[in-house]
Design a protein around this ligand. Structure first.
Ligand SMILES: C[S@@+](CC[C@H](N)C(=O)[O-])C[C@H]1O[C@@H](n2cnc3c(N)ncnc32)[C@H](O)[C@@H]1O
Length: 261
């Protein structure tokens, strides 16, 4: 972390970063961990979660647009979380808490079935090479896990500037139990841009390079959904091996260092 991030961390992490029991890696969460979010926020409120919040640009805007919600972010890169702490404090946004941990494990271990009003995954690491696709956050196991955590009527909103990942997301979510596309899609099946979502650095970079930004919006149906069975160590997204495993190997290292782009 740079000096200003160090300073922000020291000043604000004790209040805004939720400590969780760790597993065997720095960004993993012990299987028996749990958080009472109403107690953590000191109020009963709809729970909304962003996974991979980066520097917090979208998180801050979304939390400000939803003062009625308890907003939780999972992010594995500590310097980005420190920058987020500065942003939230500068904007005086009080309804956010951050967990420095793998979001797939967080969703599985720290969120109860049907507890979630909204889930946001914006510009997740694309992992371009075919042999790295298994590291992508959005896969069938993660989709089933996400569906199991959403309350009926809850939304999972996604965005990406990478066409092949967008199409893969559509395929995965269309096939996922308990999820259905939200009404309002365009003729090609893409959701309208989520009005509360600001343009982040990642979106600007993608658009600047001429890539189309695709939004997806799926709603949790009333059908029962079981979370997929975890593997032995319960590592990574959903049922599979993917992104989390790699993120965990280097303590608090940024996955960008592993060339997801
Ligand atoms: C491409 S950035 C996008 C950041 C932000 N959503 C935005 O739109 O500006 C992806 C972020 O996801 C984080 N990330 C990747 N895998 C993660 C995981 N399993 N759990 C939590 N965060 C993760 C990365 O550290 C990075 O900050």
């Amino acid at each position: 972390m740079n000096p200003s991030q160090e300073k922000a961390w020291a000043a604000h992490a004790p209040r805004l970063v939720v400590e969780v029991p760790r597993g065997d890696r720095s960004t993993s969460i012990r299987p028996d961990a749990g958080v009472d979010w109403s107690a953590t926020f000191g109020r009963e409120a709809p729970l909304m979660i962003e996974i991979g919040s980066g520097r917090g640009e979208a998180l801050a805007a979304l939390a400000a647009a939803h003062p009625e919600a308890n907003v939780v972010a999972f992010e594995v890169f500590q310097p980005a979380v420190a920058s987020t702490l500065s942003l939230l404090t500068r904007r005086d946004i009080g309804n956010v808490r951050i967990v420095l941990a793998d979001g797939a494990q967080g969703l599985r271990r720290l969120v109860r079935p049907a507890e979630l009003a909204q889930l946001w995954t914006f510009f997740p690491d694309p992992w371009h090479k075919a042999r790295h696709h298994k590291r992508r956050l959005v896969d069938p196991g993660f989709a089933a896990l996400a569906a199991s955590r959403l309350a009926p009527g809850g939304h999972w909103r996604l965005a990406t500037d990478w066409e092949d990942y967008a199409l893969a997301m559509r395929e995965v979510l269309d096939a996922a139990p308990g999820l259905t596309p939200a009404p309002g899609a365009d003729a090609d099946g893409w959701a309208p841009r989520y009005a509360d979502r600001p343009v982040t650095k990642y979106e600007a970079r993608g658009a600047g390079a001429g890539r189309t930004i695709h939004d997806l919006d799926y709603v949790r149906t009333d059908d029962p959904v079981d979370a997929p069975a975890a593997d032995a160590d319960d590592v990574g997204a959903g049922a599979g091996e993917p992104v989390g495993d790699l993120v965990h190997r280097t303590p608090l290292a940024h996955p960008l260092g592993q060339d997801p782009l």
